[in-house]
Write a protein that binds this ligand. Structure first.
Ligand SMILES: *[C@@H]1O[C@H](CO)[C@@H](O)[C@H](O)[C@H]1NC(C)=O
Ligand SMILES: *[C@@H]1O[C@H](CO)[C@@H](O)[C@H](O)[C@H]1NC(C)=O
Ligand SMILES: *[C@@H]1O[C@H](CO)[C@@H](O)[C@H](O)[C@H]1NC(C)=O
Ligand SMILES: *[C@@H]1O[C@H](CO)[C@@H](O)[C@H](O)[C@H]1NC(C)=O
Ligand SMILES: *[C@@H]1O[C@H](CO)[C@@H](O)[C@H](O)[C@H]1NC(C)=O
Ligand SMILES: CC(=O)N[C@H]1CO[C@H](CO)[C@@H](O)[C@@H]1O
Length: 233
């Protein structure tokens, strides 16, 4: 299944993948997943796509790239989120470059996907201190029953201390299952680091943590608590 539009007409690129190309043609290998591409143009109905996602029992990875604020309208967005929430098989969700409100809506829908194992949320919005809605929604999502989540990748969202505070409690909830946490290339400082370390106490299965490219120049206290955490068995 493949829909093509001239590049100038694309407003959303949505990649739906299955293993071994169960949806048919147009496969491409990417991170060991086989991708089938749905490319939505401006006349396409996002709600219809949500219906398809809700019906699918074989879809394993949903990769959403670029969903701007004004696309589709509220009704279509609602139908789209509803489709995601109906879940059957989705284990991995990638959300790349969508607006703050769009992310919040999708995060609410993901709360129904108790089977979710991997969430990648990158380059999404200014995660700075005035813009934490998406991270509040992420915190609620983590607390709401995605209990099998083992990988959380939050690279490159400009997450501030307030952003970390908005989801740190959720991190505690998924602590027992979480194996990989990537917070690289954000704007976490001392308070964010301290809140994070406090939540790490609950992350008893963590095997991999990336905090590079944050601003720890004034984070002496946070770094001491991180060091203490690293030294506890
Ligand atoms: C999501 O789950 C909630 C409660 O678990 C349920 O009320 C709601 O109908 C579900 N949404 C969809 C679209 O299935
Ligand atoms: C998001 O996608 C739009 C459209 O392709 C692009 O102009 C913009 O630079 C992207 N933003 C980021 C952070 O990659
Ligand atoms: C990151 O967030 C800060 C506010 O916390 C803001 O001043 C800055 O412009 C943001 N950076 C980007 C690249 O959006
Ligand atoms: C985090 O761990 C503490 C101490 O083990 C425990 O009391 C608390 O209930 C845990 N929090 C969550 C949300 O699981
Ligand atoms: C850690 O995160 C940084 C920033 O996103 C990235 O450049 C680096 O490759 C990551 N490290 C590893 C080992 O993946
Ligand atoms: C709303 C819904 O269909 N939820 C289902 C999501 O998937 C899990 C596990 O496959 C089911 O237990 C839920 O009922």
């Amino acid at each position: 299944m493949r829909r093509m539009r001239p590049i100038s007409a694309w407003r959303i690129l949505l990649l739906l993948s299955t293993t071994q190309g169960l949806l048919g043609v147009g496969r491409e290998e990417l991170n060991a997943w086989w991708y089938d591409f749905f490319q939505l143009g401006e006349d396409d109905d996002l709600g219809w796509l949500g219906y398809f996602i809700g019906k699918s029992v074989k879809l394993q990875c949903l990769d959403i790239q670029y969903l701007p604020e004004d696309d589709g309208g509220e009704q279509q967005m609602h139908a789209f989120s509803d489709g995601i929430a109906r879940n059957q098989s989705i284990q991995k969700v990638v959300i790349d470059n969508v607006s703050n409100n769009r992310f919040a809506a999708i995060a609410r829908a993901l709360g129904n996907l108790s089977q979710l194992e991997e969430l990648v949320f990158k380059r999404n919005f200014n995660g700075g201190r005035n813009n934490v809605n998406g991270f509040t929604a992420l915190g609620t999502l983590l607390e709401s029953g995605v209990s099998k989540l083992r990988k959380l990748d939050l690279v490159g969202n400009n997450i501030s201390d307030a952003g970390v505070a908005a989801f740190a409690h959720g991190l505690r909830s998924i602590g027992p299952s979480l194996k990989e946490l990537d917070l690289g290339w954000n704007s976490i400082g001392n308070e964010g680091l301290s809140a994070l370390v406090a939540a790490l106490v609950n992350c008893t299965s963590l095997e991999w943590l990336n905090l590079s490219d944050n601003d720890f120049s004034l984070a002496a206290a946070g770094l001491v608590s991180l060091s203490d955490w690293l030294q506890t068995a």
